[in-house]
Design a protein around this ligand. Structure first.
Ligand code: NAD
Ligand code: UDP
Length: 326
């Protein structure tokens, strides 16, 4: 539930959101501003766009800065949400060395900033740190099954290294850290060419083009609507007991990718055919979060059902694709 976004703010904070012009970051900036905070959004626009935050730029509490987190940043802030990193496999594999630099150098730079400013810092980690899991559903105590040398490794291993850095700053420097392990999230503000499954299927269905299922479609994912996820990130940041504990955030309702394709085609009222393409290397067979820690620690559970979230996302893409062709 996105309850934290509606709560009145008690103390106004200066909050840095790296990757703030991306899909999740743009929603996070919106919610933090709605709570009365000052937001500094930094982004190098690698996968993010000005368009996702264009409606915020006239707000005097909002500042947008083009900046690459692989360089040190000197600003004064109270809290940091570190989201900068391409999240779609297509995009993070385009320049894998830069992906690793963004995760690892970015984490070092933002942790250094947090240390100097005594800020609490939240890392947008990922279910990918569990790799192709042998334990199902995935609990935070599971260490994962990750290929260190494959085409997904630049993301998976770099995100694992970023977690290591967070926990070493926590132990070595008594830094206040939060580590959110985010599972597949979808919703408005995704880029039409993002390449991830939900946006691909919706854009293909709305254009009545073939919907591309990779492999035989029996692999599973568990999809969380973005408003639920952002509520969870803010709840975790505001939870002192979350210091130094990884916390899964995602929707435990699991679905096969083939079934998702059928659902999207039906909900979009599309005439698209489903076609099958080669499964990418190291594509995890199954993924589902155990969210019991988030439930007990934060009282957080996702509230948006997949069908409802898909309808909202389809409406968003329908409107933005119509604007593009108008
Ligand atoms: P996104 O690609 O839409 O957003 C990432 C943002 O980071 C973009 O605006 C991009 O331009 C920016 N960025 C990339 N490299 C940068 C750099 N070097 N310096 C500054 N900015 C940089 O992806 P998203 O889905 O919004 O993901 C946000 C974060 O959440 C990422 O860290 C991602 O790993 C994590 N995450 C997302 C999901 C998901 O399903 N959406 C799942 C797990 C983890
Ligand atoms: N996928 C698919 N068709 C697409 C895009 C992705 O079948 O057009 C599959 C992909 O192979 C994976 C799942 O959907 O099994 C989720 O892929 P995504 O890139 O969204 O994220 P991942 O969870 O793999 O990081």
């Amino acid at each position: 539930m996105n309850s934290s976004a509606e709560r009145p703010v008690t103390t106004q904070k200066r909050i840095l959101v790296t990757g703030g012009a991306g899909f999740i970051g743009s929603h996070l900036c919106e919610d933090l501003l709605a709570q009365g905070h000052e937001v500094l959004c930094v982004d190098n626009f690698y996968t993010g766009r000005r368009a996702t935050v264009a409606h915020l730029v006239d707000n005097p509490m909002f500042e947008l800065m083009r900046f690459d987190v692989t360089f040190p940043l000197y600003v004064e802030v109270d809290e940091i949400y570190n989201l900068a990193c391409p999240a779609s496999p297509i995009h993070y594999q385009l320049d894998p060395v830069q992906t690793t630099k963004t995760c690892v150098h970015g984490a070092i730079n933002m942790l250094g900033l947090a240390k100097r400013t005594k800020s609490t810092i939240l890392q947008a980690s990922t279910s990918e740190i569990y790799g192709d899991p042998e334990v199902h559903p995935q609990h935070e105590d599971y260490w994962g099954n990750v290929n260190p040398i494959g085409s997904r490794s630049c993301y998976d291993e770099a995100k694992r290294c970023a977690e290591t850095l967070f926990f070493d700053y926590f132990r070595q420097n008594s830094l206040e850290i939060r580590v959110a392990r985010i599972f597949n999230t979808y919703g408005p503000h995704m880029h039409p060419n993002d390449g991830r499954v939900v946006s691909n299927f919706i854009v293909q269905a709305l254009r009545n083009e073939p919907v591309t299922v990779y492999g035989d479609g029996t692999q599973t994912r568990s999809f969380c609507f973005v408003s639920d996820l952002v509520g969870g990130l803010i709840d975790l940041m505001n939870c002192p007991e979350g210091n130094g504990l990884p916390v899964n955030l995602g929707n435990p309702s699991e679905i096969e990718v083939g079934a998702l394709a059928e659902s999207v085609v039906a909900l979009a009222g599309s005439s698209s055919k489903i076609v099958y393409k080669q499964l990418p290397e190291d594509d995890p067979r199954k993924r589902c979060p155990d969210v019991s820690r988030a439930e007990s620690l934060l009282g957080w559970t996702p509230g948006v059902e997949l069908e409802q979230g898909l309808k909202e996302t389809i409406a968003y893409f329908d409107a933005s694709l119509s604007r593009e062709t108008a």
